[in-house]
Write a protein that binds this ligand. Structure first.
Ligand SMILES: Cc1ncc(COP(=O)(O)O)c(C=O)c1O
Length: 375
């Protein structure tokens, strides 16, 4: 999708905020614990390469992505630090991953066998670095039993094409007040990693929520995702040990302003009927930008004042009720600060009955990302 660089809607990302969030976390971590910045899904909508560069400046030791293509994007941009692919990549690409010195999650013996076959045929210089995924209760990917771990370990150890660097798990409820499942997952994981003949050098379990809310976690790497973007992983259920700075603001400008007569309607379905003399402004953002129809009724900020989105959100535009006439070109803040008020990503998520992760990721590539405080 082409980015709309000739329209006034943009996501403004503050690299200082990213550096702040990372450096606060780095300060709390023991010296031998590494921080890998999770920049999958285009850096949760913030831009993977720019986020990775800012994270690196603040001391990130490596990166996590979900797809092989996301890892390749970082390599092409000159990121030479370790990159760990969290998801399962088809074994057919084992040689490409080895060549690019990427590490990848492994969830089955069959995958290892297929990858070994590929690597043997392609005579790649480097071995493929693997981390065993352990399913301790997330129910997504990973080995579940001691037997599976032992078989996979034995297989990797006899291969010169595979190098077992790490083992990891992922918590399903680290961001919740109730820590029952978290404790259960932790004890299952501790039990399962005893099945290794030789434990891998890197053992990692922590995402943002684990690092922020659980004192007792032990992890050689923190896979730091949502918090690096300045968003509290729990929404607002649990408080963070330091203040996070949200990195993204979503801004636009009034593109059209008109005064309405009593009873005139606004938008598809004519769901809003104006009062006499009301001022309505049109903002060039809509559901094709990830500003979805569920945001009808949400407020946005115009010169520090809250203005309601009235009528249905269209594909490319939405309409807001203004307190009085405003000139075309007046700034509209959809996420971020204006005057003394602020609309947070969490507020938008609550309106949409979802989580801020989804709001950020859904901002489409039609919205240009601009960066402040790049250095
Ligand atoms: C395996 C794994 N580790 C770490 C993360 C980062 O999580 P968060 O963004 O909550 O820090 C994710 C994100 O989904 C993940 O899937």
């Amino acid at each position: 999708m082409v980015a709309g660089i000739h329209r006034p809607t943009k996501a403004v990302i503050d690299c200082d905020a990213i550096r702040w969030n990372i450096s606060q976390e780095k300060k709390r971590l023991p010296e031998d614990t590494l921080l890998y910045a999770v920049v999958k899904a285009d850096g949760y909508g913030h831009g993977a390469v720019q986020t990775a560069k800012a994270a690196r400046q603040a001391g990130a030791n490596g990166f996590c992505v979900a797809l092989l293509d996301e890892a390749l994007e970082l390599r092409e941009a000159g990121i030479t630090e370790p990159i760990f692919i969290l998801g399962i990549v088809e074994a057919a690409y084992a040689d490409l991953m080895a060549e690019q010195q990427l590490s990848v999650a492994v969830s089955s013996l069959e995958w290892l066998q297929e990858a070994e076959q590929v690597l043997r045929e392609k005579t790649t210089v480097y071995p493929l670095i693997v981390h065993f995924a352990i399913d301790s209760g997330m129910g997504r990917i990973g080995l579940k039993t001691a037997e599976e771990i032992q078989q996979c370990e034995a297989y990797v150890r006899q291969s010169s094409h595979l190098y077992l660097e790490g083992v990891f798990t992922h918590f399903a409820t680290a961001d919740e007040k109730d820590d029952q499942l978290f404790q259960l997952q932790q004890s299952r994981f501790c039990q399962l990693i005893k099945s290794f003949v030789k434990k891998p050098e890197i053992v990692h379990t922590a995402n943002s929520a684990t690092a922020l809310f659980h004192q007792s976690f032990s992890s050689n790497i923190v896979r730091f995702g949502i918090a690096l973007y300045g968003l509290n992983p729990s929404g607002n259920q649990l408080s963070t040990p330091y203040s996070l700075k949200p990195a993204l603001q979503l801004k636009s400008r009034l593109i059209f302003v008109k005064q309405m007569s009593e009873g005139e309607t606004v938008g598809y379905g004519a769901t809003y009927r104006a009062k006499e003399g009301e001022w309505i402004g049109t903002v060039p953002i809509g559901y094709a930008d990830g500003w979805t129809r569920g945001l009808q009724g949400q407020t946005v900020l115009v010169e520090g004042e809250r203005c309601e989105i009235v009528g249905r959100v269209c594909m490319d535009q939405c309409m807001i009720r203004l307190p009085q006439e405003k000139p075309v070109g007046t700034e509209v803040v959809l996420i971020g600060k204006s005057g003394t008020d602020e609309i947070t990503m969490q507020e938008i998520a609550e309106k949409l009955h979802t989580i801020h992760y989804e709001v950020a990721c859904l901002l489409s590539s039609r919205i240009p990302r601009t960066y402040e405080h790049v250095c």
